[in-house]
Design a protein around this ligand. Structure first.
Ligand code: SAM
Length: 274
């Protein structure tokens, strides 16, 4: 039997007496046309290793396996073990680890080789997981991730746009980020209260050092903590006018219009002044 021959997802859920649990942020994609589209957007194939967070009933997992990729899936909800064992039984390219994705060591899962991350993320832990992948010790080859649409905007928008803020700066300092697919609430079972979108992230070849990223986190927390204030006022405790001048930024500017390069210059000026 192949992955393509497995019973439909709805049938598999019913056969195992499984239902979506709110506490685990479970909203399943049971339409293989949608999961296949996400797998295509992830641009993975036979030579790739994918880490998938939260396989749940395995719709996205099946689509990823169909590309020929090797998949290591991390699932927190043990109830899915028997159902996912059935997928493992038909594909020796799948391994499933039952653990909390916030705690796993991806370098170990990836066996020290490059790996892609693809996930229909649990909404309650999506942002902390993203920060872990972008600022932690392990760097993914690419990330193709489902978020609620408002978070997708906070990741991809630029200076002057409504959702531009701390998250956009941290993400765009480390990655090229694009919103590649909108997914309506009705595509999920059960439908969430919000619309969703898939974001594709490609880490930049020159990622800022962890010291620079720490400084960037500090600067953006202060600047966007008071986003309507001028930088000279919101950054007062971190160096005020002298810092802003050293970074070559207009001290009257507000955080919401400063580009990512400006925040990196502020982080560098802050590090240089210490
Ligand atoms: N991939 C499946 C799909 O597309 O139908 C399920 C997606 S559902 C939105 C999120 C999945 O992440 C659930 O299976 C949930 O149990 C799992 N999950 C939630 N928190 C997790 C965590 N901290 N670590 C690993 N998996 C988690």
């Amino acid at each position: 039997m192949n992955v393509e021959d497995l019973p439909p997802l709805r049938e598999a859920l019913e056969a195992h007496g499984l239902w979506a649990k709110k506490a685990f942020g479970q909203h399943f994609l049971l339409d293989l046309n949608i999961t296949r589209k996400i797998a295509r957007l992830a641009e993975v194939g036979p030579d790739d290793h994918v880490i998938e967070v939260g396989p749940g009933p395995g719709g996205l997992t099946r689509a990823l396996l169909e590309t020929g990729a090797r998949v290591t899936a991390v699932e927190k909800d043990e109830r899915f073990r028997p159902l996912l064992d059935e997928v493992v039984a038909v594909s020796d390219r799948l391994s499933v680890i039952f653990d909390d994705a916030l705690k796993v060591d991806e370098a170990r899962l990836a066996e020290s080789s490059p790996a892609h991350v693809v996930s229909n993320l649990p909404y309650n832990v999506g942002t902390p997981l993203l920060i872990k992948w972008l600022t932690g010790p392990w760097t993914p080859k690419s990330l193709t991730l489902m978020f609620q649409r408002e978070v997708a905007d906070r990741i991809t928008e630029g200076p002057g746009e409504e959702a531009y803020g701390r998250l956009a700066v941290i993400v765009q300092a480390t990655c090229a980020a694009r919103r590649v697919m909108d997914v309506p609430a009705r595509a999920f079972s059960p439908p969430p209260k919000v619309e969703s979108a898939v974001v594709r992230l490609e880490p930049l070849s020159e990622r800022p050092s962890s010291q620079r990223l720490d400084a960037l986190q500090k600067i953006t927390a202060a600047a966007f903590g008071q986003r309507r204030k001028m930088l000279r006022s919101s950054l007062k405790v971190l160096g005020g006018d002298a810092l802003i001048e050293a970074a070559g930024i207009d001290p009257q500017a507000r955080a919401e219009v400063v580009p990512v390069a400006g925040f990196l210059a502020l982080a560098d000026a802050w590090l240089a002044a210490r």
